[in-house]
Ligand binder design. Structure first.
Ligand SMILES: Nc1nc2c(ncn2[C@@H]2O[C@H](COP(=O)(O)OP(=O)(O)OP(=O)(O)O)[C@@H](O)[C@H]2O)c(=O)[nH]1
Ligand SMILES: [Mg+2]
Length: 321
């Protein structure tokens, strides 16, 4: 326990090595991981968490890097979580992250963590949430979470964020259409990166069209915010101050009428349900083992048992256990 309280103190002081150790402990579900989270939680809630999502190679890392530099100039400390860079660009992205790390090596005000790939213990969304908790407790002013794509995992990940930035690039063809269902709901701010390329205006028009369409179908955001569109050339730093400005505006918007709190409550509602589901599943798995579940599945498939009674029985058993 003394080891644990020492670690907690070191994390809270912002010590990078303690951070790395705490994060590994939690990622690996090593002994003490849940005590660590429980002890750190009361010290969280102060960081501004910004989620940034977009297609592989859209320029997320480049933009996150630029934003981090801007926030450092404002004397704010930054934590960066790069989630699952397993696109065809992976090699480049990971290399890029290393280069960035060297870039900021002399600056303890920036801490970068690349997350393990999918299939991580406890699930990607959950471990990302836990790592964010550690960074938050360590007193980082801003936490930037970079994640690829807009699948369910990403939606879960952005649920951690106070502000979600969705990045698009020109020349993606139908992609705006393809991902519109996901992005229209999660984006607080749109970024069109690689605006040095042809087609940025077209992407902007498409987003605007979808936003209007949403309005007609009465699907406008229930908070009344219209996500602004910011054009950037991340590799040159162009548009980055404008993006920071848009983030600031959304922050002020959230401060009004208790919106920030409402959003956090909403996020926790989802996360609590998820955590509960995970915990129950883990219990059921521990009790039955995967082999047993396969056997039961076979019995249901052969209609030897009905799944409704079966699930009732399992639920009754784990609530006792
Ligand atoms: N032309 C142009 N290239 C850019 C811009 N922003 C980033 N790039 C380049 O695009 C490539 C991919 O950038 P990354 O920042 O690694 O993209 P990413 O979205 O993090 O990639 P993954 O993490 O692999 O999904 C790099 O070669 C960047 O230099 C931009 O605004 N214009
Ligand atoms: Mg990247």
């Amino acid at each position: 326990m003394t080891g644990l309280s020492h670690l907690i103190e070191s994390v809270r002081s912002g010590d990078a090595r303690a951070l790395a150790r705490a994060i590994s402990t939690i990622e690996n579900r090593a002994p003490g991981w849940s005590d660590l989270l429980k002890a750190l939680f009361p010290h969280t809630g102060k960081a501004r968490i910004i989620g940034l999502t977009g297609a592989p190679g859209a320029g997320k890392s480049t933009l996150v890097d630029q934003l981090a530099k801007l926030y450092r100039k404002q004397d704010r400390t930054v934590g960066i979580v790069a989630v699952d860079p397993t696109s065809p660009y992976t090699g480049g992205a990971i290399l890029g992250d290393r280069i960035r790390m060297q870039d900021h090596f002399a600056d303890p005000g920036i801490y970068i963590r690349s997350m393990a790939t999918r299939g991580a213990l406890g699930g990607l969304a959950r471990t990302t949430a836990d790592v964010t908790t550690v960074l938050d407790a360590s007193g980082r002013d801003v936490i930037l979470i970079e994640t690829v794509g807009v699948g369910q995992d990403e939606v879960d990940i952005v649920r951690l964020a106070d502000i979600t930035v969705v990045m698009l690039v020109p020349g993606m063809g139908d992609d705006v259409q393809t991902i519109k269902a996901g992005i229209m709901e999660i984006a607080d701010i749109f970024v069109i990166n690689k605006s040095d390329r042809e087609g940025a205006e077209r992407v902007e028009r498409e987003i605007r069209a979808l936003q209007t369409l949403g309005g007609q179908q009465d699907k406008v955001r229930h908070d009344g915010w219209t996500p602004p569109i910011v054009k950037t050339v991340a590799s040159e730093g162009a548009g980055v101050p404008e993006l920071a400005g848009a983030i600031g505006e959304y922050e002020s918007y959230l401060q009004k009428e208790n919106r920030a709190l409402k959003k956090i409550v909403e996020n926790w509602q989802e996360r609590l349900v998820e955590m509960l589901r995970d915990a129950m599943l883990e219990k059921a798995r521990a009790q039955f083992g995967d082999g047993k579940i396969a056997l039961l599945a076979a019995e249901v498939a052969e209609h030897k048992r009905d799944p409704y009674t079966l699930v009732e029985e399992i639920a009754a058993k784990i609530s006792k256990g």
